[in-house]
Design a protein around this ligand. Sequence first.
Ligand SMILES: Cc1cc2nc3c(=O)[nH]c(=O)nc-3n(C[C@H](O)[C@H](O)[C@H](O)COP(=O)(O)O)c2cc1C
Length: 521
Amino acid sequence: MNTILDFLSNISWWGWVLIGLALVAIRDIFLQKSHTISHNFPIIGHLRYWLESIGPEMRQYFVANNREELPFNRIERGWIYASAKKENNYEGFGTDRDIYEHQHMFINNAMMPFKVDKDHPNSIDKTFLPCAKVIGEFNKRKKPYRPASVINVSAMSFGSLSAKAVDSLNKGVKIAGAYHNTGEGGLSPYHRNGGDVVFHFGTGYFGVRAEDGGFSMEKMKKLVNDNPFIRAIEIKLSQGAKPGKGGVLPGAKITKEIAAIRGVEVGKDVLSPPNHKAFSNVPEMVDFIEDIAEATGLPVGIKAAIGKLEQWNELADIMLKTGKGPDFITVDGGEGGTGAAPPSFADHVSLPWVYGFGNLYKLFKHKGLSERVVFIGSGKLGFPAKAAMAFAMGVDCINVAREAMMSIGCIQAQVCHTNRCPSGIATQSKWLQNGIDPTLKSERLAQYFKTFKKELVEITHAAGYEHPCQFKMNDIEINVDDHNLSKELDRTYMYEKTPVPFNSMQDLKDCLYLGANYNKK
Ligand SMILES: Cc1cc2nc3c(=O)[nH]c(=O)nc-3n(C[C@H](O)[C@H](O)[C@H](O)COP(=O)(O)O)c2cc1C
């Protein structure tokens, strides 16, 4: 025994390294069968796997240029981070973009900007920018709602996001006067900090789920009665990243608490089916919307990604004939984010936002319905200039998901589907969440929203308007290589926007239905 120990203790450190490598080589060649590269190139084959695994970080930090990455490039992320921290978000020396490039967008400025008088609401608060339309007004819902902010937090469930992230977002919207869309996971305790909430549900009916997995109107009524901060209800038909796919919440993210809120089992993948149980065609959907609006008094809308238009046409015809229908329509772009989706869906199914929204708006406008509906847009629209374009095309409000995540610390690691989100935002790991301070992060979301609104107001004034709802299609141009060829939006997308009735910002401020408790003080 002693001789063996003596022999082992005489082996030098590099001898141990050689023994270790020899063991790895034996394992690579003889014991494992799953990796051909390791078998054929023992030891050094591992380098390949390791380099591949750190490739995304290396490219993000060192290789990719400022405008190269997707979904959001470094300049876009940097603008959100700086805005959220109230740091200098300007750039020096002029734009680093090739503004002659194809598809580049220009906003036509006025010779003289809009003049803001001393007692104008924006002189008092540069970030005051409510929605120009009242949701539910046309359909005479009992509790109409004017969102007090044109930028709001898009649907992201507690489950796909961590408790601390939801808490931060909810406290943030309260500070910014915006609303918080719950996403599909039901209303959690972290949505109850007093900010406006839009309750969203999909085919899983989480939070309003009957015993048989269908929809429970009783639960819906109770939920709305118990939580007066719920200002509107959104029925999810589809989302841009995975239309027609239903949802998946990976089992790794289903904790006891989430299981209880959703009414599902701990640790098991939760699948929301592609179809709703509560309705199976367009007329039934309209009845369903009316039933919920009648039972709760709240405005009810639908969220969808756009592809074929036949069923939208049918919806528009029913709305025209019956005078009923959704109070708002949220159009999500194919570029939209998700907690988890197959790449074939995320990359290819449904139209990009500008095409999808343009098609839908045009259809509603031709039927004379565009004034009845509040249009909400989502799909990388959380940047003031892009938002101006969206307003020119007809949106009344913007929803942001990933931009909101970035404002509270998301680093675009793109691992939301693994439960290993390094920033603690899209994970249920208590350890990873521990770094989030909801008080600080809520200030960051609010500051991002305020900066966004301030810059959007400034762009609006530069174009000679008081509110972005006044943007028209021909205020924005898209570059097609030469100015003689560059086309305004109306000629690019072949429609003109219906003018939004707008009198003054002061009128919006005085509105009885203005959200975020503005007029309850
Ligand atoms: C983590 C995460 C979770 C999401 N969960 C939902 C959801 O429950 N329901 C839904 O309709 N959309 C969901 N979405 C889509 C967003 O609400 C939004 O429509 C989309 O990401 C486009 O907005 P963005 O470009 O600002 O991220 C989710 C997106 C993300 C990133």
